[in-house]
Design a protein around this ligand. Structure first.
Ligand code: HEM
Length: 498
């Protein structure tokens, strides 16, 4: 696990005027390492947990804005509410998404995550209403049905006290629940094949994104990032493409089935996607655009939620009092019945346990942008063309905002506490116009799933197991999280609706 930290150094002087009023030309560049020290930081960045250690340590050493002045590429790392607000919200038009996202295009095509400009605007307008509160109730029923079936399976196949790899279990159950909400029963039977291909495609894209070869390839050959990945890592690239073909093949089959036979009784997200119309032009998405959005939802929604939950089980096993409180809440509110969308609001502690887990282990640990023009952030000049790492990881652990930042304490999420903290001190779903479109869906899915698991099972960490963080697209546990699974006394008849 991530260690800490060189000795703290003085923070840069705080800006006296708001950034918007400062002239970039007269603002100083951010502080940062130079020469051999810069090379040492970069070498550390390439180690297994290095990116997370570097994000945390540059914050401690250089403050909220730090510059790595590399040949041909200036990398700026920002953290903290003020810097996040400037880059993601108040001056967001000055920042475009970085080309790292293009490595995901073989799977996501030109869906919401990877598109920009007018296409993104049109798609966001079409897609956003699908995640409105009124649509969440049927999604919740799908999620609960899929989770119930998966938990029955655990009950039938897992011995009490058996050792399991919790993140693999949660990934599977997470894909079942997200998949059912998106494409209903049609997903049953395809989930295993889909899950395996998706995990590989994302893993390869994440590894290519961190590869020195890909960076050097772009730099030396002036190639675009996909070409650099193809040339410098042909096997890795091919492996990702093969998985992408499996995924898009499944997606096309699901869509073609609907085109041929209609939606029937289905009330899932695929139906909403296929029927969505632009209110001004009446235009609908074509088959390929529906495919890109479907792949985007499955890819963006599945691993993120599942890893957040896996980290929650890891943390809960070390905080039995928090876990007992979750079990007591679930027993009291649900009394053994299957939860509905309305129940999510009646489970504040369960929700808080998930929110706090995402603070300590944010599934998306940073977002990347490129500055179009010079800008000023926290009184420092961000040069045009700089690659800006908005560090969710270190913002969530900033001691200026979070007392005892490494301590897992779901009480931080109760009552007025969240409102007292500065905005953008917590951003697991990003911020600004490109904030996660599925965040309500994700919170519902995670809360219901956590509640249904707590009704029936409990996990204990296997002592002495080593947990290694793998920060690729998401933060996943490199060798999994070994835990023993235990059945809880059943409260009432699980399976009966209120
Ligand atoms: C705990 C679960 C989740 C986390 C932590 C998460 C996190 C994020 C973050 C940080 C972004 C912003 C990326 C950026 O600004 O570059 C994002 C965007 C996005 N997320 Fe999520 N997400 C989650 C679940 C979901 C779900 C369930 C869906 C859909 C079903 C989804 C769909 C999307 C889409 C489509 C975007 C792109 C939005 C746009 O650019 O307009 N996410 N997510």
């Amino acid at each position: 696990m991530t260690a800490s930290s060189p000795a703290a150094a003085p923070q840069p002087a705080p800006s006296v005027a708001p950034d918007a009023e400062l002239d970039p030309a007269s603002a100083p560049l951010p502080p940062g390492p130079r020469g051999a020290e810069l090379l040492r930081w970069m070498a550390r960045f390439r180690t297994q947990e290095g990116p997370l250690e570097v994000l945390a340590d540059v914050g401690r050493r250089y403050g909220d804005v730090c510059l790595f002045d590399l040949p041909r590429q200036r990398l700026v790392i920002v953290r903290g509410p003020e810097a996040v607000r400037r880059v993601l919200v108040s001056n967001q038009d000055n920042y475009r998404k970085s080309n790292q996202y293009e490595l995901l295009e073989p799977v996501l095509g030109k869906g919401l995550v990877t598109s920009s400009g007018p296409l993104w605007q049109r798609q966001r307008k079409l897609v956003q209403p699908m995640f409105a509160k009124r649509h969440l109730a049927p999604f919740a029923d799908h999620m609960a049905a899929a989770a119930g079936a998966a938990l029955d399976q655990w009950e039938a196949t897992r011995r009490d006290g058996e050792q399991v790899e919790v993140s693999a279990e949660i990934l599977q159950i997470g894909l079942d629940t997200v998949g059912r909400a998106l494409v209903g029963h049609d997903f049953t039977g395809r989930a295993a094949e889909f899950g395996e291909a998706l995990a590989n495609a994302l893993h390869q894209a994440g590894a290519l994104g961190r590869s020195t070869g890909v960076s050097v390839g772009q730099y030396l050959r002036g190639a675009d990032i996909q070409k650099a990945a193809r040339v410098t890592h042909p096997l890795r690239w091919r492996s990702g493409i093969r998985s992408a073909e499996v995924l898009t093949g499944i997606g096309r089959e699901l869509i073609d089935e609907r085109l041929a036979h209609g939606h029937g009784e289905r009330d899932d997200l695929l139906k909403l996607l296929m029927e969505a119309e632009d209110e001004e032009t009446g235009e609908r998405m074509d088959r390929e655009q529906v495919l890109d959005e479907l792949m985007t939802f499955l890819a963006a929604g599945h691993e993120t939620t599942a890893h957040g939950l896996s980290w929650m089980y890891y943390l809960l096993s070390q905080h039995p009092e928090a876990r007992e409180r979750m079990e007591a809440e679930v027993d009291e509110v649900l009394g053994g019945r299957v939860p509905t969308a309305d129940d999510a609001e009646r489970l504040p502690w369960t929700r808080a346990c998930f929110e706090e887990a995402m603070r300590i282990f944010p599934p998306v640990w940073h977002v990347q942008r490129v500055a179009n023009e010079d800008d000023v952030v926290c009184g420092r000049r961000i040069p045009a063309g700089a690659l800006v790492f908005v560090s969710i990881w270190s913002t969530h652990r900033d001691p200026a905002v979070w007392p005892n930042p490494a301590g897992y304490d779901p009480r931080r999420w109760l009552g007025d506490e969240p409102r007292r903290r500065p905005r953008f001190s917590y951003l697991p779903f990003g911020g600004g116009r490109r904030i996660c479109v599925g965040h309500g869906f994700a919170m519902l899915n995670a809360t219901l799933l956590a509640a249904m698991i707590a009704q029936r099972f409990r996990f204990d960490f296997v002592p002495g197991s080593k947990i290694v963080l793998d920060p690729t697209v998401t933060i996943r546990p490199l060798h999994g999280i070994p835990m023993t699974i235990h059945r809880r006394e059943r409260i009432g008849a699980v399976g009966a609706k209120a």
